[in-house]
Design a protein. Structure first.
Length: 334
């Protein structure tokens, strides 16, 4: 049984780390902007807000910057393009703004650190973006958007990039204080001003991708509860005679219940703990080649959920223990 729990926990933790890694490659650039709200131009009826469909303007940025509770507002352009024949996301930012990495100015760009390592780029190298040469001025860690590495560039240069069939847009990133009212800002600006959660959900297929992987985790955890519950139910039936002897000798039902739950917890902690430990090790190796994140949230939290659900499954067998009749069970044994 410990081996079964080991395998289930292994799968749950690996899937959790992979889901976190894939999700991060969709939203890392947005998540790490330092903005707590994002403003999108209002989409047509029935459409969802989107980074590549929004058409925010400098005038709208200025209007939002003057709203009560807004500490800073940055206009950001997002486009799909190519850099030296490699597909990338180009983020156009205003130099000196809170959204702009140090080094972005004119024809100087900052590129994702992993992209720079893969392409062999270093500071001072020249990179062709849609035929125009730019100079690498630095790198930025963990900079991804929609599963593509991000190149940060001056918005004045970004606006000259050719449109990629609607795959480009502009949004306003906001830093706000406690007095900021997103609803009022939306009503007066004519834009959709949303919080951090809705802002990351507006990234491409992030919601559906993350939802599918989360559903897989939930199914695995439900299987864990069912397997543990079935195992301990069968185990309780098999030892009905032993339980009857203990009861006939004066063992309290409460003691037998605690004993059964204690054994279930021991199996779950040993099997699940080893599974989480092994999955964490595999995840560290996998992170070298695939998007995989190993953190307490992707290892300890899934382990805790498996243990809790397993204990709930094991508790299904408690009714049989409490209803064992010593005389009947002993007579059946004889």
């Amino acid at each position: 049984m410990a081996v079964v729990i080991f395998l289930i926990t292994l799968l749950v933790v690996l899937l959790s780390g992979l889901a976190a890694g894939l999700g991060n490659q969709s939203i890392a650039a947005v998540k790490n902007l330092g903005a707590d709200h994002m403003a999108f131009s209002r989409p047509a009826s029935g459409d969802k807000i989107s980074y590549t469909a929004s058409t925010a303007t400098p005038a709208e940025q200025k209007k939002l910057a003057g709203r009560p509770g807004v500490d800073d507002a940055a206009l950001i352009g997002v486009a799909m393009t190519k850099a030296d024949h490699t597909s990338v996301s180009a983020f156009g930012v205003d130099p000196g703004g809170f959204a702009a990495p140090d080094g972005v100015h004119g024809r100087s760009i900052v590129v994702d650190a992993d992209l720079a390592a893969d392409q062999g780029w270093s500071d001072g190298d020249r990179v062709a973006i849609n035929g125009t040469k730019f100079t690498v001025a630095g790198t930025k860690d963990d900079s991804y958007f929609n599963h593509q590495s991000v190149i940060w560039m001056d918005r004045s240069a970004w606006t000259k990039l050719p449109s990629a069939a609607g795959a480009d847009g502009t949004v306003v990133a906001l830093r706000t204080s406690g007095s900021f009212d997103a609803g009022a800002a939306s009503a007066t600006s004519g834009m959709d001003v949303v919080g951090h959660k809705d802002a990351v959900n507006a990234v491409g297929s992030y919601t559906s991708e993350n939802g599918s992987l989360t559903l897989m985790q939930v199914i695995l955890m439900a299987v864990s509860a069912l397997v543990v519950g079935a195992f301990f139910t069968i185990w309780t039936i098999q030892r009905s005679g032993d339980l009857a002897v203990l009861k006939a000798m004066g063992a309290a039902t409460k003691y037998l219940l605690k004993d059964a739950l204690g054994q279930a917890l021991l199996v779950l902690v040993i099997g699940g703990g080893l599974g989480a430990l092994f999955a964490g090790g595999l995840g560290l190796l996998a992170a070298q080649v695939v998007p995989f994140i190993v953190t307490p949230m992707t290892t300890l939290v899934p382990l805790a959920v498996v243990v809790v659900l397993g204990m709930l499954g094991a508790s299904a067998a408690l009714h049989r223990i409490s209803t064992v009749d010593p005389l009947t069970a002993l007579g059946a044994t004889r």
